[in-house]
Design a protein around this ligand. Structure first.
Ligand code: ATP
Ligand code: MG
Length: 304
């Protein structure tokens, strides 16, 4: 999936050529003998269990290094960057895919309009502060790419400022990759029609009004400008150190299936394993067994 969905580095992306309703890489019904949707959902659960195992190894590995283990260094981190138009499914993806992992090892951050304090700093300031620590899987719900998307479309800064940001982003991501952050950048690609349906659904259900933001319709009115800004951002910042992927996202079950696989394949490249014990296992076993029949200890346990 990483190769299949990947944006070619240095190239321009023709988002119009990617059908948001398509399901690249998904085996056909003849392979599974059941509805693709049900099959994909079941696969997400299976892959999710594997993601949980990989995350645990990532965490354990970083703990062992921090304790002075033989591997040295600080340990890896994985950072999933999610970008999408409104209703693109970032929240659902986080719930279903990241949700398969242990919440203790996740570092999820969302980026809204910059606060006055954030505006006093460089656009990457708040991003650096939000990076996952070693051993964690980070998820960015929106990211520094907003600074070449909404900032460009809404002219929040002069053109020369956002133009310079592509190179700044590439330098920043190169630096992070060298520091052990494995970036997985994903655009959830929905169609104009599907966004319309989802927005209407939010308006039609009082339980979903809290998700609706009147400004979403303003962004929708600038759809073509946003698609162009996305294409340029992914073309210019889709690097070997930090590749971009376009995931067709009109079908939620395909979206989850694809992102789960992207993460799993990313973990595979890290070749993780459980770290060896930093103590003498046999000796510890003997010590522990030696505490059996310790009446004082037993009484304490029984009293609890
Ligand atoms: P979402 O739309 O991501 O599902 P939300 O609407 O609940 O979530 P908000 O707190 O409103 O979340 O933040 C999202 C909004 O913040 C988006 O409209 C986005 O364009 C805007 N935003 C994010 N980063 C920036 C930025 N750097 N500059 C300006 N606006 C930004
Ligand atoms: Mg919103």
């Amino acid at each position: 999936m990483r190769e299949l969905l990947r944006v070619a580095p240095g190239g321009t992306v023709d988002l119009g050529a990617v059908d948001p309703g398509s399901t690249p890489g998904l085996p056909g019904p003849e392979v599974t003998g059941e509805r693709r949707k049900d099959w994909a959902r079941r696969q997400v659960e299976l892959v999710g269990a594997e993601l949980g195992r990989q995350q645990e190894m990532l965490f354990a590995d970083a703990q062992a290094r921090a304790a002075g283990g033989p591997a040295g260094g600080a340990g890896h981190r994985v950072l999933l960057v999610l970008q999408a138009m409104d209703c693109g499914g970032k929240d659902g993806t986080i719930k279903r895919v990241a949700g398969a992992m242990n919440p203790l090892g996740l570092h999820i951050r969302s980026f809204g309009p910059p606060t006055p304090e954030e505006l006093r700093h460089d656009f990457l300031w708040r991003i650096r502060r939000a990076l996952p620590p070693p051993g964690y899987v980070g998820v960015f719900n929106r990211s520094h790419y907003e600074d070449v998307l909404v900032a460009r479309v809404d002219s929040l800064v002069p053109e020369r400022v956002w133009q310079a940001r592509y190179d700044e982003i590439n330098a920043f991501e190169r630096e992070q990759a060298a520091a052990g952050v494995t970036l997985v950048k994903v655009m959830l690609h929905i169609s104009y029609a599907e966004q319309g349906r989802r927005l209407l659904e939010r308006l039609s259900d009082p339980r979903k009004h809290w998700k609706y933001n009147p400004s979403d319709v303003d962004a929708r009115a600038r759809w073509a400008d946003y698609q162009a800004a996305y294409a340029e951002a992914m073309g210019r910042c889709g690097t070997d150190a930090a590749p971009w992927h376009v995931v067709p996202a009109d079908r939620k079950w395909y979206r989850d299936w694809a992102v789960a696989h992207l993460l799993r394949e990313t973990f595979d490249t890290l070749d993780l394993g459980y770290p060896p014990a930093g103590f003498d296992v046999r000796r510890e076993r003997e010590r522990l067994l030696g505490t059996e029949g310790n009446a004082a200890g037993e009484r304490q346990v029984n009293d609890r």
